[in-house]
Design a binder for this molecule. Sequence first.
Ligand code: MRU
Length: 352
Amino acid sequence: MNPTHQVFPVVWQDDHVMLIDQNQLPNEFDLVQISRCDDMAIAIKTMIVRGAPAIGVAAAYGMYLGAREITTHERDAFLSQLEAIADQLRATRPTAVNLFWAIERMLKTARQTLGPVSYMKQVLLETAQAIQQEDLATCRAIGDHGLAALPKQPAQLRLLTHCNAGALATAGYGTALGVVRSAWREGRLERVYADETRPRLQGAKLTAWECAQEGIPLTLITDSMAAHCMQRGMIDAVVVGADRIAANGDTANKIGTYSLALVARAHNVPFFVAAPLSTVDFHLADGSQIPIEERDPAEIFRIGDTEICPPGIQFYNPAFDVTPAELITAIITEHGAMSPASLATLSEKQAR
Ligand code: MRU
């Protein structure tokens, strides 16, 4: 991979954050400067930055940006105002647990840091930077573990992915697309098939753009074509990301992932979930407890400026669905690929 083509959706620069505006891709490559926590909360909610691990990184910086706006020098008052900032960021998007994980880590760091408030703020910035760097290393490990878990035949694989679980959705390498990148780097990828991912089209807009940056061969299909492709023997494995994985391995990811898993099972195509351990929510016994975000119906009834259905129609627009663990061949984290049933063995690693 040519490192000059690497994509970093969240960058700390001087005293502010620069975000790639993912709502403008692929037509415009715009950067948005974020200097205040309020603006970071808006950026997460409006999906300027999106994808579970990238949301976590952005929220960590949001916590620091909020912390530095606090004027008190008194420790307890600082910590209670930081809790209010955490609440504001938590209210942005409900499903991706990385958001809550990163906010909690920032709060814990603040509580455990002794010394003046100015020093606590400095440690918070360093922690946000550490979360970002760790995610990059984590995604590279996921990519390599994922490559090792992929079918050995054929020599060059045709992988299907859904939504965008790439560099744009993480600190910079990707989870599902991290596996694709590792396969490409090792000469094991024939091509990636990308679902367009209705309604927001992250596959068409983001995954296709990201792969084009590095010359990774990609074929774009609509979501409803995946079954046909598998029936025709065109897909060797499915690799998707995750927004929240329950303790039993049930996995919330972009709407349409569940139907993809059902189709994969019907056609005996292995179905992999690639995600950092921070995406596992060991507090939830199973996927029925995962909160599912519902978004603006306009995402369904409007394409560009055109309304595509008659007035007076009712809508339902869940942004995620839950794939039952039994449909998942393996979950790939930075600790390796394992069956969903074995996931619980990692809970102590997360606690550390
Ligand atoms: O609504 P989005 O675009 O934030 O949803 C993103 C996904 O569903 C991704 O697959 C998931 O967050 C994993 S990203 C590595």
